[in-house]
Design a binder for this molecule. Structure first.
Ligand SMILES: Cc1cc2nc3c(=O)[nH]c(=O)nc-3n(C[C@H](O)[C@H](O)[C@H](O)COP(=O)(O)OP(=O)(O)OC[C@H]3O[C@@H](n4cnc5c(N)ncnc54)[C@H](O)[C@@H]3O)c2cc1C
Length: 546
C-alpha cells in the first residue's frame, strides 16, 4: 500500500508516461493535473527492478542524485562524470545553475554579478583550477586587473580599512591603508559576459552533461553521461530499502531495489508537477540551512510500515541508521548563514574612483564591506553601451553610449542582519547613500544613480551556529579563545571538506563544509563525488569477488 501521508502530500503527481500519452502541454492547459495512477507506475518500476535483477539490462548501474546546482553540486557532477556503472542526475530548484554565483542584467545590457564577484584559485592542481583553466581557454572566464586611463591611475583592486573623517566623523575609505591584490599575490578571474557564464560552462563543456526535459529526467539516461535539470526542487526524501536488498513497500514507487526515493517538484513550460525519482545515493549540495532541513525531513524505513513485526536486529539497524542520519544533519545544523544585501546600481557618468574592486577589512566600521566597478570587468563596457543608449532614451536624456558605470556594493553582515526584512527598494536607497558616502561621491555635481536595486541573500556566507554553548543571545565571544576558533571552522566530519555516511549513502557538501568561496564549494563537491564513486567501486569489487 502506498503511504497515505506520502500521496496526500503530493496530489499533483503525474506519470511522465501519462503526460507523454496526453500529448502537448497545450492539451493540459486549463485543466487540473491529474493524480497519477500509483499502481501502474508501481508495476512499471517493479518490471524495471525485475529486469535489472534478471540481468536483462546488464550489470546494475548505481544512480546518484545531486541536490543543488551551485558550485558544490557542479564540482560533484564533475567528479562523478564518466565513472563506469554510475549515473548522475543533478537537480536545481531555480531556473539557472550557479547558486550564489549569479549575474543580473537590466535595461537591455546593464550587467552586474550579484553574488560572487570574482573567482580565485587556492589549489593549482585541484579540480576547480582545472575547470577554471578550461573556461579561460574558452574565453568564458578572463582575468580582471587594474587599468590606466589617460595616464590617470584608476581601477586599483585590493583591500583597505575605513577611517573616520575628522571634519564630520563620517566613515570613508582609508586610502593610506590600501593593499593591492597584486601585492597579496591574488589573481582575480571573472565570468564573461557575467559570473553565471562559468557554472553554465562547467555543466555543458567541462562535464558534458545532457539537459533532458523534466518528463524524461532519470528515465532514459545515456550510461555515463550526467543529466542536469533546472526548475526541480527536491523534498520528502524517503528510504526505500536498507541497501542490503531489503526493500520497504511503503511508497508510490512500489518495491524498489534502490535505496532512496524522493519527490522532485518540477516546473516546466509554465506548469508544475511532482515527479518521483529513485537513487542509490544522494548528495545534498545546498547551503547548510537547506541541508539540515532536508536531512531533518528524511524518512527512514519505519518498522510499523512493514508487513510483519521486524526482528530486534532490524530494529537495532534502524536505530543506528537514525543516529547516523542525525550525525549528518547536526554537522550541517552547526553552521548558520549570514545574510548579505547586494546593491546593484548604475550611474549616469563614471564615478572616477581610484578603485575598481575594494574589500573593506574587518573590523568593519561602516555599512559596506565590498564594492566593485562592474563596468571595469572584461567585456562589460561594450555590453553596457547598448544598455546605456536604451536607458538614456527611457529617462529622456540625449544618448551618450557607454558614458555611465555599473557598481555593486555588499552590505556588512551586521547591516544586513539588522535590515534583513527591509523592502528591497528601501534597502537599495540606504545602501546607495552609504556607498556614495564611503567613497566620498555624494556631493553636488557627482554622478546620479539611474538604476538602483538590491538583492538579499538570506544565506550568503556560512557562520557557526550562534545557539551553540558559549554564544549567549547571539553575542560574539572573543575570537581568540580556543573554543571560539574551533567553532569558527567549517562543519566537517573526519576533517574532510564534506560530510558523508557510506552506510546510508547520503552526503552533503558546500562552502559551509570547506571554506568561504566558490572555489572552496567546488572542491568540496568534487571531493565528495570522488568519495561516493570510490564507495560504489569498492562495493562492486566486493560483490564481484563474492
Ligand atoms: C554576495 C556574495 C558575494 C560573494 N562573493 C564571492 C567572491 O567574490 N568570490 C568567491 O569565491 N565567492 C564569493 N561568494 C561565495 C560563493 O558564492 C559561495 O561560497 C559559493 O557559490 C557557494 O556554492 P554552493 O554550491 O556551496 O552553494 P549555493 O551557491 O548556495 O548553491 C546551492 C544550490 O542549491 C539549490 N537548492 C537549494 N535547495 C534545493 C532543493 N531542495 N532542491 C534543489 N535545489 C536546491 C539552490 O537553488 C542553489 O542553486 C559570495 C557569496 C555571496 C552571497
Amino acid at each position: 500500500m502506498a503511504s497515505p501521508a506520502w500521496t496526500e502530500a503530493h496530489p499533483a503527481v503525474v506519470s511522465p508516461r501519462l503526460r507523454r500519452a496526453r500529448g502537448s502541454f497545450g492539451r493540459r492547459r486549463g485543466c487540473p493535473v491529474t493524480v497519477r495512477a500509483v499502481s501502474s507506475q508501481r508495476e512499471s518500476k517493479n518490471d524495471n527492478a525485475a529486469r535489472e535483477g534478471s540481468g536483462d539490462r546488464g550489470p546494475e548501474r548505481k544512480r546518484v542524485v545531486i541536490v543543488g546546482g551551485g558550485m558544490a553540486g557542479l564540482g560533484c557532477l564533475d567528479a562523478l562524470k564518466g565513472h563506469a556503472h554510475v549515473d548522475v542526475t543533478l537537480l536545481e530548484s531555480t531556473r539557472v545553475l550557479g547558486g550564489r554565483v549569479r549575474s543580473k542584467t537590466a535595461l537591455g545590457a546593464l550587467a552586474w554579478d550579484t553574488g560572487a564577484s570574482y573567482f580565485t584559485v587556492k589549489e593549482e592542481s585541484g579540480p576547480f583550477a582545472k575547470a577554471l583553466r578550461a573556461a579561460v581557454a574558452a574565453g568564458v572566464v578572463q582575468t580582471w586587473s587594474r587599468d590606466t586611463e589617460d595616464g590617470e591611475l584608476t581601477g586599483a583592486m585590493g583591500t583597505a580599512s575605513t577611517r573616520r573623517r575628522s571634519s564630520d566623523g563620517r566613515v570613508v575609505v582609508d586610502d593610506a591603508s590600501f593593499r593591492s591584490f597584486e601585492a597579496q599575490k591574488k589573481r582575480l578571474y571573472v565570468g564573461v559576459p557575467g559570473a553565471a557564464a562559468f557554472p553554465a560552462f562547467v555543466a555543458e563543456r567541462v562535464v558534458g552533461a545532457s539537459f533532458p526535459e523534466a518528463s524524461w529526467v532519470g528515465d532514459d539516461q545515456k550510461p555515463g553521461v550526467p543529466e542536469v535539470l533546472c526548475g526541480a526542487h527536491v523534498d520528502r526524501v524517503k528510504q526505500l530499502g536498507d541497501g542490503a536488498g531489503n526493500a520497504w513497500p511503503v511508497h508510490p514507487h512500489g518495491v524498489s531495489r534502490r535505496r532512496w526515493g524522493f519527490m522532485a517538484r518540477c516546473k516546466e513550460g509554465g506548469h508544475m508537477w511532482y515527479k518521483p525519482l529513485e537513487c542509490d545515493a544522494i548528495v545534498f549540495a545546498t547551503n547548510a540551512h537547506a541541508v539540515a532541513s532536508l536531512l531533518g525531513q528524511v524518512e527512514l524505513g519505519n518498522p510499523s510500515d512493514d508487513p510483519g513485526d521486524p526482528s530486534p536486529l532490524v530494529r537495532a539497524k534502524r536505530r543506528v541508521a537514525a543516529e547516523r542520519l542525525e550525525r549528518l544533519r547536526s554537522a550541517a545544523a552547526r553552521t548558520r548563514g549570514a545574510a548579505c544585501w547586494s546593491l546593484t546600481v548604475a550611474f549616469d557618468a563614471p564615478l572616477r574612483l581610484k578603485y575598481d574592486a575594494l574589500k573593506l577589512r574587518a573590523p568593519f566600521d561602516g555599512d559596506i564591506v565590498f564594492i566593485a566597478n562592474e563596468s571595469s570587468k572584461p567585456r562589460r563596457g561594450a555590453a553596457a553601451s547598448a544598455g546605456w543608449g536604451y536607458r538614456w532614451a527611457e529617462v529622456g536624456r540625449a544618448p551618450a553610449t557607454g558614458a555611465g558605470e555599473c557598481w555593486v556594493a555588499h552590505a556588512s553582515p551586521a547591516w544586513s542582519a539588522e535590515h534583513c526584512e527591509l523592502p528591497p527598494g528601501e534597502a537599495a536607497a540606504k545602501l546607495c547613500a552609504a556607498f556614495l558616502s564611503l567613497v566620498e561621491r555624494d556631493g553636488a555635481g557627482d554622478p546620479e544613480p539611474v538604476h538602483c536595486k538590491a538583492t538579499r541573500w538570506r544565506f550568503a556566507f556560512p557562520t557557526p551556529d550562534e545557539d551553540e554553548p558559549g554564544r549567549e543571545n547571539g553575542r560574539e565571544e572573543k575570537k581568540t579563545t580556543k573554543a571560539a576558533k574551533e567553532r569558527a571552522k567549517p562543519a566537517r566530519i573526519n576533517s574532510a571538506p564534506y560530510v558523508f555516511d557510506p552506510s546510508l549513502m547520503l552526503g552533503a557538501c558546500g562552502d559551509w563544509a570547506s571554506g568561504p568561496g566558490a572555489g572552496d564549494a567546488y572542491e568540496s563537491g568534487a571531493a565528495l563525488g570522488a568519495a561516493v564513486a570510490k564507495r560504489f567501486a569498492a562495493s562492486r569489487a566486493a560483490d564481484e569477488a563474492a
